[in-house]
Design a protein around this ligand. Structure first.
Ligand SMILES: Nc1ccn([C@@H]2O[C@H](COP(=O)(O)OP(=O)(O)OP(=O)(O)O)[C@@H](O)[C@H]2O)c(=O)n1
Ligand SMILES: C[C@](O)(CO)[C@H](O)COP(=O)(O)O
Length: 230
């Protein structure tokens, strides 16, 4: 039987690095918005129990999307940082009946190119894992550490370096407590795994596809749009 799971999609960012006329999750990509493309792979999966999107307080775009009426999707309040947005969504899932031991997958609204095969690979790889983990890709290029003068200080051993992607998959209770604790302590938490690490855990790295790209700058969206056209 396939594993069942809840999904949290933090989508309350403003997309400042994108410099567009609206948050990047609402820009067009292959005939729909980035957000709709991102959600589809989860809505198509038979293991989905429910999905929460965290949205900015003033978000005029979400109500216009067809998926905003989907009964499997709930809306939570976005927070100041991505981690706050995720924490709010987890609290809402608990209120909707999710249990502490249930799996939760957290996935950026700005990653519309998650392959169904990668989602399945993550679920299958972690279903029996005691902690959980994340999709990630090994570093490909030679890595340099920069000095303050902008010159190379050293070449870093890339064999132990991975890029963290999403989804990141953990038990709801574990993730909630780790995020709440890390935020309370003022720790830097850019992804769910950082919070688990802060709490002393070692999330499993599951190799995923490098084209599960986070749209961050305009060229990322152009690259994806061209790829989806061909
Ligand atoms: N307070 C925040 C900040 C970010 N996010 C979400 O977290 C994901 C990854 O963040 P990032 O790429 O940094 O998005 P933005 O914060 O929108 O971009 P920028 O940093 O360029 O402003 C995005 O889906 C974004 O909407 C969120 O839900 N709440
Ligand atoms: C969670 C994340 O997508 C992992 O790569 C990423 O850290 C979030 O975006 P940011 O650019 O770090 O804000």
């Amino acid at each position: 039987m396939s594993v069942t799971f809840w999904v949290v999609v933090p989508a309350a960012g403003v997309g400042s690095r994108m410099q567009a006329d609206r948050p990047k999750q609402y820009l067009a990509l292959a005939g729909r918005t980035v957000m709709e493309q991102t959600l589809q792979v989860f809505l198509d999966h038979p293991g989905l129990k429910g999905l929460t999107v965290s949205l900015a307080a003033e978000d005029p775009y979400w109500p216009g999307l067809s998926c905003s009426h989907d009964p499997r999707i709930w809306r939570a309040d976005g927070g100041r940082e991505r981690a706050d947005s995720v924490l709010n969504a987890l609290a809402l899932l608990r209120a909707k009946g999710a249990e502490a031991l249930d799996w939760v997958l957290v996935h950026d609204a700005a990653r519309p190119n998650l392959a169904a095969s990668d989602l399945q690979h993550l679920l299958a790889s972690l279903a029996d894992d005691p902690l959980g983990g994340l999709l990630a890709v090994p570093a490909r290029d030679t890595l340099k550490r920069a000095g303050e003068d902008g010159r190379v200080e050293a070449t870093v051993d890339r064999s132990v370096i991975w890029h963290a992607l999403t989804p990141q998959m953990f038990r709801l209770g574990t993730l909630h407590d780790a995020l709440a604790g890390a935020l309370e302590a003022g720790a830097t938490v850019t992804d769910e795994a950082s919070a688990i690490e802060w709490a002393g855990g070692h999330p499993r790295l599951v190799e995923g596809r490098a084209d599960n790209l986070k749209i961050t700058r305009p060229e990322d969206l152009h690259w994806l749009a061209q790829r989806w056209q061909s």
